[in-house]
Ligand binder design. Structure first.
Ligand code: GDP
Ligand code: MG
Length: 162
């Protein structure tokens, strides 16, 4: 079985864009695996000759308990089946209360977590991502899922922990 990399984070931070970027670059076969819940979609991906399974999360709606609980619950399910986690944060927005809720859940898990500061579209925006050190997962990896900036370095890092 291939190792599993889960991509988690609150809605709109760019998780699915990052998935497409990772898959598109490597021209991996994109396959929705039937049978998984609609909130989690799995894809076969590869990097530097290694295969892994990407799990995208999302598509969820606010429910009665609010967005924090919903995101944290989805993240928890994905983390359970993952060997490593990409925790994606929007660097332009910074760490929100929802990000903090996810962060606390990730702390309790024993899985390796790589913090991704997405939407760093150019060098000038890199400084903004430094505040994300405050989430306590070490160095944030600045990337632009939209343009591909920093994604190769991120995947090299992923291969070290996966
Ligand atoms: P998800 O809800 O976390 O899966 O986020 P999406 O991948 O659907 O992206 C949400 C929005 O953010 C879309 O409008 C994307 O085009 C935009 N977005 C994603 N990644 C980037 C990025 O690196 N830079 C910029 N500027 N926008 C991005
Ligand atoms: Mg998405």
């Amino acid at each position: 079985l291939d190792p599993v990399l889960a991509i988690i984070g609150r809605p709109n931070v760019g998780k699915s864009t990052l998935v497409n970027r990772i898959l598109g670059r490597r021209e991996a076969v994109v396959e929705d695996t039937p049978g998984v819940t609609r909130d989690r979609v799995m894809y076969s991906a590869h990097w530097n000759g290694r295969n892994f399974t990407l799990v995208d999360t999302g598509g969820w709606e606010h429910d009665a308990r609010g967005i924090h609980a919903r995101v944290a619950e989805q993240a928890e399910m994905a983390v359970d089946l993952a060997d490593a986690v990409l925790f994606v944060v929007d660097s332009a927005v910074g760490a929100t209360a929802t990000d903090e809720a996810v962060m606390k859940m990730l702390r309790r898990s024993m899985k390796p977590v790589i913090l991704v500061a997405n939407k760093v579209d150019d060098f000038a925006q890199e400084a903004e991502s430094a505040v994300l050190w405050g989430l306590g997962f070490g160095e944030p990896y600045p990337v632009s899922a939209l343009h591909g900036r920093g994604v190769a370095d991120l995947l090299d890092k992923v291969m070290e922990v996966l």
